[in-house]
Design a protein around this ligand. Sequence first.
Ligand SMILES: [Zn+2]
Length: 79
Amino acid sequence: MTIPNIPDAQSRWRCTRCGNLTRFDVIREQRANEFWHFDLAGNHIVEDQELVIDELKDVRCRWCGAGAAVELIARIDEE
Ligand SMILES: [Zn+2]
C-alpha cells in the first residue's frame, strides 16, 4: 500500500474513489520532547514541544474508508 506525502502549500489530498477533499483519518507515529509547566494545584500545560519522530503511517478517506485510494493533487487557487 502506498502512503501519500503530507500536503504542503501547493498540494492537497483527494480520494480517487469518492472525490472527498476535506475529511481524512490520519494515523501518525510521533515521539516528542516536551517541557511541562505545572501550577501549584498540579495542573500542567505543555509550554514547549519538539517532535523528534513524526511519521505518517496511514491516510484513509473518512467517507468511504479507502486507504490506497488517497492521492496527492495540486491545489487550485481560490480567489
Ligand atoms: Zn473516499
